[in-house]
Structures are given as structure tokens and as C-alpha cells.
Design a protein around this ligand. Structure first.
Ligand code: PGA
Length: 252
């Protein structure tokens, strides 16, 4: 049995006051939820205050990105030990917006992933095809490359700690969610790849989350699919009421 994981990726949204108001409402709303992992990925500047605010609740915090070096002359960057020291436990790696706007590649994904694992943080690795790749029937080959290169050199022990988020780029922020069947088809493919890379026992234990226009209306049907173990939610995680409903998805 894979434990569900629901992540809220705030991206570059909310000021401190809004972040704290959300935290106090959401913390109350999800008290007692003990059958899923819940993670909020706020802008990094709020991690310390939000980790404090969520103490004693089922909500963990994570950062949307970090650098692989430990310290030094890397202006503007944050390291694993820095984000750990302010309470983050999860890290998003290779989100498509990082790939699109900030030159993230499978190679840099791999470096970040190794640094995150070494530091004992929990990585959520994002993969997904662009619209033109889907239309050219390249979905599986794109994802295969993202996974093989992104996961290169990982041990089986490392792989156990991984969560993979499948986020088709054409579904992110567009309102065009992949249907549960489309999402399951790719998740099934990812599962097969992980089985072949790390062996069936580990491959079957790795959680696969879907992301791309997840809402309180479509979460139940997505989560009913065999290889969909969670969701990475952008827009619909910005409102604590809608994210609570997503976290409390109905099991079918
Ligand atoms: P969205 O974003 O839910 O707004 O489509 C998802 C994501 O980018 O993680």
C-alpha cells in the first residue's frame, strides 16, 4: 500500500500576511487527517514561519527548488542545510517552470536530486511532456529520458525515498487536466520504468503523484486510478478550503 501524498505548490504567490492567514486556517481544517502526507511548497522566504505555524499538524513544508552545492560563492542560491535548518523536509526538483524559464536540465535535476538525498530531505521529482511532444507521440520517450538521466547513479536505497510527479506541461495552469485514463497510462509507464531501473519491489513502492489543473472536482477520479498515489496542486492549493477538499479526497 502506498500512502497518498498531496502537495500544494504555491509557486510565486502570496505575501507573508496571506501565507500566515492561510496556515492558520489550513492547519485547523486538516487537523486529524492521518491517512495521507500533506506538504505545502511556499516561496522559500516563508519556510521558517510556516514550518513554525504548522507544528503539531499533519502539514509538512518543502521548497520549490535549491542548489546542489553546500555553501560558497553562489549568489542568490540556497543549500540543503539552509532549508533544513528552517524546517523544510521536502524539495521539488525539476518542475517544468524551472525547466522552461530557468534552464533546468536532466543533468542539473540529477545533481539536485543527489544533494537532496544526501541531506536526508525528501525529493519530489517532476517530469512531463510538452504539448508538441505529446502530439508527436513522444510522451513516453521524453519521460523515459527525463527519468533515466534524472535518476542516473541513484542506489536502490535512494530510490525508496523518491516521489515522482507526472505533470504534463500542457495541463499545468491551463484548466486542461489529463483525464484519469491518460494520467494512468503514463503513470503505468513510469511504474514500469522504475521497476526496470530499481527492481519490482522498490518500483512498486515509489509514490507517483499527478499534477496539472487538479481541482476539488477532479481529484477523486484521479486518485481512483491504480498508479496515481497523490497530486501536486498549483492553482487550487492557493485557497485553503479547496486544498482541504483535495487533501480529503474521497476513496473509491
Ligand atoms: P496547476 O499547477 O495545478 O495550477 O496546474 C500544477 C503544478 O505546476 O505543480
Amino acid at each position: 500500500m502506498r500512502r497518498p501524498i498531496l502537495g500544494g505548490n504555491w509557486k510565486m504567490n502570496k505575501d507573508l500576511g496571506q501565507a500566515l492567514a492561510y496556515a492558520s486556517a489550513f492547519k485547523e481544517a486538516v487537523l486529524g487527517v492521518d491517512d495521507a502526507d500533506i506538504v505545502i511548497f511556499p516561496p522559500s522566504v516563508y519556510i521558517e514561519k510556516l514550518s513554525e505555524a504548522f507544528k503539531g499538524s499533519p502539514v509538512a513544508t518543502g521548497v520549490q527548488n535549491l542548489f546542489w552545492e553546500e555553501k560558497g560563492a553562489f549568489t542568490g542560491e540556497l543549500s540543503t542545510s539552509m532549508v533544513k535548518s528552517v524546517g523544510a523536509t521536502y524539495v521539488l526538483i525539476g518542475h517544468s517552470e524551472r525547466r522552461q524559464y530557468f534552464s533546468e536540465t536532466n543533468e542539473t535535476v540529477n545533481k539536485r536530486l543527489k544533494a537532496v538525498l544526501k541531506a536526508g530531505l525528501i525529493p519530489m521529482l517532476c517530469v512531463g511532456e510538452r504539448l508538441e511532444e505529446r502530439e508527436a507521440n513522444e510522451t513516453f520517450s521524453v519521460i523515459e529520458k527525463q527519468l533515466k538521466e534524472g535518476l542516473a547513479g541513484l542506489s536502490k536505497d535512494d530510490a525508496k525515498k523518491l516521489t515522482v510527479a507526472y505533470e504534463p506541461v500542457w495541463a499545468i495552469g491551463t484548466g486542461k487536466t489529463a483525464t484519469p485514463a491518460i494520467a494512468q497510462e503514463v503513470h503505468g509507464h513510469i511504474r514500469g520504468l522504475l521497476n526496470s531501473l530499481f527492481g519490482k519491489e522498490i518500483g512498486e513502492s515509489i509514490r507517483l503523484a499527478y499534477g496539472g489543473s487538479v481541482t476539488q472536482e477532479n481529484i477523486d477520479n484521479l486518485m481512483a486510478e491504480k498508479d496515481i498515489d497523490g497530486a501536486l496542486v498549483g492553482g487550487a492549493s492557493l485557497d485553503p478550503v479547496s486544498f482541504e477538499r483535495i487533501v480529503r479526497f474521497r476513496r473509491k
